[in-house]
Design a protein around this ligand. Structure first.
Ligand code: SAM
Length: 249
């Protein structure tokens, strides 16, 4: 039976493509790609020609069936997403879990992931962290979602697009209080890589005033809830008061 390789690809800087990732992509019989055009660009850059099949959120279940059959017949497959590590806020979960259920070999080929990349250079505690992926787009849902992680002591890691950064930062300030350190990591590994530091409301203001900061891709890191110190107590009081006042007539 074949092997399913889960291959991480660069999150912006093509020089981050690992030697092992190149080798595997050149050798497999089939590459399942989130967006075949995007992956073709990467393959061209690496001088690799390959057979691609499109695999994304909307066809994940049906294509998984076909890919599992290919694996059962002994073909080796690579799974890639548009950028970074597959399954991390990207397609692939249903294929990998189904492959595991069938006792097929699944081999990770590690490489970049925006969350870990941002965490490694943000300067916030990194001994414990919670990856949250993308916040819900609707404001009420986003607030409830953020309230749900208010007590988490580890650093919170969120994905967001530049366009929605201001709204999400404003909600962060309101739900978690404005005393936590927040880091915005934008365009990581790319030409305009930027790290901004401040409280959620300070950063919301800065991003709102500077349209440049609203472009591209973003990781938002938020300090976890402090276990001691006045700030944490104050933030918690503010949070409880806000929840109470919202539920009062
Ligand atoms: N699988 C990817 C990974 O391992 O990081 C994440 C894919 S997710 C669809 C895309 C989101 O990841 C973006 O909206 C952004 O929040 C984050 N992201 C990806 N590349 C980034 C970069 N170069 N700089 C900052 N954030 C990035």
């Amino acid at each position: 039976r074949g092997v399913l390789y889960v291959v991480a690809t660069p999150i912006g800087n093509l020089a981050d493509m690992s030697e092992r990732a190149r080798k595997i992509l050149a050798e497999v019989d089939l590459i399942a790609a989130e967006d075949t055009r995007q992956t073709l660009r990467l393959l061209n850059h690496c001088g690799i020609s390959a057979t691609l099949v499109s695999y994304h959120d909307h066809n994940e279940t049906s294509v998984s069936r076909r890919l599992l059959a290919e694996l059962e017949q002994g073909r080796n497959l690579a799974l890639v997403s548009d950028a970074g590590t597959p399954l991390v806020s990207d397609p692939g979960y249903s294929l990998v879990s189904a492959a595991r259920e069938r006792n097929l070999s699944v081999v990770p080929i590690p490489g970049p992931s925006a969350a870990i990349c941002a965490l490694s250079a943000a300067g916030l505690p990194s001994d414990r962290f919670l990856f949250l992926g993308f916040p819900p787009r609707s404001k009420p849902q986003r607030r409830t979602w953020l309230d749900g992680v208010a007590d988490e002591p580890g650093t919170l890691i969120l994905y967001e697009s530049g366009r929605r950064a201001v709204a999400t930062l404003a909600d962060l300030a309101e739900t978690l209080g404005d005393s936590r350190r927040v880091v915005l990591a934008r365009e990581l590994t790319k030409r305009f890589e930027t790290f901004l530091f401040g409280s959620a409301s300070e950063l919301a203001r800065r991003v709102e005033e500077d349209e440049e900061q609203q472009l591209g891709e973003l990781v938002i890191l938020v300090e976890g809830r402090g276990s001691d110190g006045e700030d944490a107590g104050l933030a918690e009081q503010e949070r409880v008061l806000r929840i109470l006042s919202e539920s009062l007539p």
